[in-house]
Write a protein that binds this ligand. Sequence first.
Ligand SMILES: NC(=O)c1ccc[n+]([C@@H]2O[C@H](COP(=O)([O-])OP(=O)(O)OC[C@H]3O[C@@H](n4cnc5c(N)ncnc54)[C@H](OP(=O)(O)O)[C@@H]3O)[C@@H](O)[C@H]2O)c1
Length: 269
Amino acid sequence: MDTGLEGKHIVITGASGGIGFETTKIFLAEGAKVTGTFNSSKGSLDSLKRSWPEHLHVIKVNQTEENSVRNLFEEANRVFGRVDVLVANAGIANPEGIAIQDMSLEQWENTLSVNLTGTFLCAKYFFANLERHDGESAALIMIGSTAGLFGEAWYADYSTTKAGMHGLLMSLKNEIVHLAPRGRVDLVNPGWTLTPMAEDALKDKDMVTRILQTIPLRKTATPEDIASAILFLASDKLAGHVSGQTINVAGGMEGRVLFTPGEIEFSDT
Ligand SMILES: NC(=O)c1ccc[n+]([C@@H]2O[C@H](COP(=O)([O-])OP(=O)(O)OC[C@H]3O[C@@H](n4cnc5c(N)ncnc54)[C@H](OP(=O)(O)O)[C@@H]3O)[C@@H](O)[C@H]2O)c1
């Protein structure tokens, strides 16, 4: 199937991570040019670059710093020209859940800074690039989480950043068309996905049992599941009339199991 992505320039943040790396590979296979970012470690990006030397550009970005994000888009424009699609994927979650009364202000601010302010900065410089370079179409795809839909006890910081993506989605879909008349903004909410971010939690059988009780497909996602939803939304041929939408890639997840049967107390009233 022709996705029309051949020759398009895609910036993928967090390309070194589980979902970002699969997304980078799937766009390269479509003939797209990809600028992929890492923050602390390149992961397998160097070996991917050896397979796609003309199509993949790798750059270190800390998306909490405005200069770093500005530099990302300047360099991306220099190397491959106008950025047609931004996949705002980079994000963090504290590996340990923490009750809000014990959560430090430092942790709260750091999660907001990377996930939400970082997405704002990437969207800001992506839109500035659209303002500088004429073009009919463009797409911003943000990566949220089912935590933004259902909340998640002990991860209030993370859930808040992902719920905040909805405000960006509904606002920016109406701004992008002033820069690119066929520009679109959409959100992908992964559920539990086997990547470095979630691998420790997914090693715990009790945890996985609890997770799968609300998922009709009774499985967690692979990074490929998420990458293909992103690819669909990025393609004008496949999703050219889809904007302002959220796709939950979570096996039909209904929400959270809050208590085990042993934790429920019955009373007469
Ligand atoms: N895995 C899941 O179950 C799941 C579920 C729902 C939503 N998500 C969301 O999916 C997205 C990707 O997650 P993942 O599972 O692929 O996680 P991951 O494997 O941990 O990858 C996270 C990526 O974000 C980058 N990053 C971290 N801090 C950054 C910063 N300050 N500036 C720029 N980049 C930074 C990391 O770069 P370095 O590694 O180089 O530091 C890495 O490339 C995230 O937004 C996450 O919240 C994941």
